[in-house]
Design a protein around this ligand. Sequence first.
Ligand code: ATP
Length: 362
Amino acid sequence: MSTIEIRKVTKRFGDFTAVRDADLSVAAGEVVCLLGPSGCGKTTTLRMIAGLERATSGDVVIAGRNMNELPPEKRDIAMVFQFYALYPALSVGQNIAMPLHYEKLSKAEVDARVIKVAKIMHLTEVLDRMPSHISEGEKQRLAVARAIVRDPNCFLFDEPLSRLDVELRHSMRGQIKEVLTGLSKATVIVTHDQLEALTMANRIAIMRDGLIEQVGTPHDVFAKPANVFVASFIGTPQMNLVDADLKSFDGKNASVSLAGNDLVIAADPAVSRLKPSKVTVGIRPRAFTAANEKAADTIAAQAELIEPMGAETLIHARTAAGGDIRVVVPRDKRVKIGEALHLRPDPKQTHFFGEDGKAVRA
Ligand code: ATP
């Protein structure tokens, strides 16, 4: 069974801990993206799974077998790197066939596999061409074709699309996802591009400073971020994270002093755990509606900067306390600089985080 599991995996380089106590399981047929800012330990984690880096402690288990002592070539993994090294003197077809070199297959079997994979990756038309005579997108598909031509335990991709332009990336995301869906293999993809992770992954593991902060479906990490970091990292424009004083909570409504406003807002019953305290309130820029006048459930702010984003407009609004609140409205909603806004946050999309930065949720 194609599965990947890492258990309490730590990697230290001298005094520096690049990955700390990472736990992750990837099921057969599942695509998990490791997502996080530069230097958070994504590639190191992937390299430990591949055996290119030895874990300082913890276990790497692939297809049910502990791999700690096995070198990369014995782990039976197919990897696709950001810089896919193609053999320039071999044709596309020969490049695809290369990984089959060590398998004792007849020429007819090799040809059949190459033709099958070329068809899946839409490379049939260019099989006889040399890598220098194919497009960037075709080179990328060739790199994936080489990985899937064998029947490995699992797939690992390191920033596979980062060299492609925006349009090509968009189409390749879909194509790779479609191919992976048909293969029933455990797959880990490293990316720092949240759109890539949100569209390609079944689950996303979000990392920061060597720690896995949250593992969840694309929907969960967006709609139920576990902490302030995940809330700020996922979603564009970024979620508003506003310091607030929680004054009281009656089991249904929370009274908070937020951005110079006294606000009453329906909140998750778990907010009762917070007691009156400093909290962070998270509201996505698309989770506001505009009210005509001040009310108990609105935040007063003044439009300061207006950024057209195509179908929508991003407004930076200044609150009474001097903070910035980002609000996204449809393009046809005209807002002028200096206009007074009364922003009503949708309680269902309003998140409370405790002083430790963790989300408070039932
Ligand atoms: P990026 O998106 O920039 O590739 P990343 O999340 O993949 O970042 P890693 O490459 O895993 O990050 O690196 C994690 C941390 O470990 C970084 O601070 C990096 O400088 C450090 N690091 C990685 N490899 C080594 C090494 N061989 N020796 C010392 N430090 C290293």
